[in-house]
Design a protein around this ligand. Structure first.
Ligand SMILES: Nc1nc2c(ncn2[C@@H]2O[C@H](COP(=O)(O)OP(=O)(O)OP(=O)(O)O)[C@@H](O)[C@H]2O)c(=O)[nH]1
Ligand SMILES: [K+]
Ligand SMILES: [Mg+2]
Length: 444
């Protein structure tokens, strides 16, 4: 008997639905099958029509069952999939029947995939890809998730680890045969060359401007401007709903208000912010601080100026980049003479000029998303480990160059291998597994 529970869960979406899928993994399947399935445990990997029964012999439903014996199943364990009618009563009857069996319980989020990971069916980046493809809303997210779940990241990280293992072997030769006369030049030069190539590769990967993470989590646009420029009015128009309060009183918006949209094929978070000005009001001052933080973190800033009464001070914001957009608002009323140079003139209130602005925002985002091909970092977790790994490699290079000792260099390379190994889940991951799998949905 296994010490491990058999897990079960509804793997399909919310009822009611035409069909639901209930999934079981673990060796209690053998115990359950006799009473549950009129057909008995079916032939492996063959859909079999059967009646399903509860512990008292009452019929639950009629449907299909597929048996996938381990180790050739998703989890590596014996697995049973039941295809039933997707009604709430059927589902609860089936689930309560299954979980009434000792040793069978409801699965936790991601537990099937966690078992697959533990059985060596996929590594941690591939498991993350599974979570991502379920969440994917845009084609770009889907493509990135597919690449990841089919081993696109694994391949890269494994290649780096293999190169490092080779470098480590070369350094260990120097450590084992410390011939003081010829050690420095002859033996360290090729090691340094390999190490420098790898450092360059990892630096290039880290220089991806976070595109992989942004494709997954969303790009950021901040609307910035003086009080009453019409920022909240524009946000509401872009949202297609009254997301933010609009009044004629300057200083209306204090908190950052975010809306989520798909633009240029990407998920985009657009933030409305407090109007930037000096203020004695404590709440508004905090709003201004938040606005500045959001402005500094965004991929793109829309600087908004009230064309009827331009306040140009925001245009000298320290966060302004050449790619940012200046918008003159309130084009429906009389414009002042001292308008700044601008990219778009709009009426946030009436809508004129807004479609052209939206097109520009979409083009900016899609251009940014496609500026990096196949990023190998799609989560902060990967970046943190890669940054730490790079630091170790730089320390190793220094140790070799300064001749402070190949032993130190070897230790640094070993640490770097551990950091890269943690990304794919080969080592030191006990602490992150819970976090990675808890964001899955139940049944996957
Ligand atoms: N005529 C005209 N009025 C506008 C336009 N856009 C906004 N307004 C008006 O300008 C005033 C301020 O608009 P808001 O959207 O609250 O401006 P804001 O920049 O968010 O203001 P704060 O949150 O206070 O910084 C409101 O009375 C709006 O109706 C516009 O395009 N044309
Ligand atoms: K206002
Ligand atoms: Mg506002």
């Amino acid at each position: 008997m296994s010490e491990r529970d058999t897990i079960c869960a509804l793997a399909s979406g919310q009822p009611p639905a035409a069909i639901c899928i209930i999934r079981l993994s673990g060796d209690r399947i053998w115990k359950i099958a006799g009473a549950l399935l009129d057909c008995g445990l079916p032939e492996p990997r063959r859909a079999t029509l059967t009646r399903f029964r509860d512990e008292d012999g009452n019929m639950i439903d009629e449907g299909l069952v597929v048996f996938m014996p381990g180790p050739h199943s998703y989890t590596g364990e014996d697995t049973l999939e039941l295809y039933l009618h997707g009604g709430p009563a059927v589902i609860s009857h089936a689930i309560s029947t299954l979980t009434s069996e000792p040793g069978v319980r409801l699965a936790e989020p991601g537990e099937f995939t966690r078992r697959a990971f533990e059985a060596g069916k996929l590594d941690l980046t591939e498991a993350e890809g599974v979570a991502d493809i379920i969440e994917a809303e845009t084609d770009a997210q889907k493509a990135q998730a597919l690449r990841q779940l089919s081993g696109g990241l694994t391949e890269q990280y494994d290649r780096w680890r293999a190169e490092l293992t080779g470098i480590l072997a070369l350094i260990e030769v120097v450590v084992d045969f410390p011939d003081e006369d010829d050690a420095p030049e002859e033996t360290t030069a090729p090691v340094l060359r390999k190490l420098n190539n790898l450092i360059g590769d990892i630096e290039a990967a880290l220089g991806d401007r976070g595109i992989g993470e942004k494709i997954r989590d969303g790009f950021r646009i901040a609307i910035i401007g003086a009080p009453n420029a019409g920022k909240s009015t524009l946000l509401n128009r872009l949202a297609g709903r009254e997301a933010a309060i609009v009044t004629s009183r300057p200083g209306t918006t204090r908190d950052v208000i975010e809306i989520r949209r798909v633009m240029g094929g990407q998920v985009v978070w657009i933030s409305d912010t407090a109007g930037l000005r000096e203020t004695d009001d404590e709440i508004e001052a905090e709003g201004v601080r938040r606005a500045e933080r959001v402005a500094s973190e965004a991929d793109l800033r829309v600087f908004m100026v009230d064309g009827s009464a331009p306040d140009l001070s925001v245009l000298s914001s320290p966060y302004r980049l050449p790619t940012d957009i200046v918008v003159v608002n309130k084009a429906d009323i009389d414009m002042a003479a001292n308008l700044p140079a601008y990219d778009y003139k709009i009426s946030a209130k009436q809508g004129e000029g807004v479609p052209a602005l939206e097109t520009a925002l979409s083009e900016f985002i899609s251009g940014k998303a496609s500026s990096v091909e196949a990023p190998v970092i799609t989560r902060a977790r990967h970046r943190v480990r890669l940054v730490d790994g790079l630091a170790c490699l730089i320390a190793a290079r220094d140790a070799l160059e300064l001749g402070t000792g190949p032993e130190l260099a070897a230790e640094d390379v070993r640490m770097a291998i551990r950091h890269l190994g943690a990304v794919v889940g080969a080592v030191g991951v006990e602490d992150v597994l819970g976090a990675v799998f808890s964001e899955f949905c139940i049944g996957k």
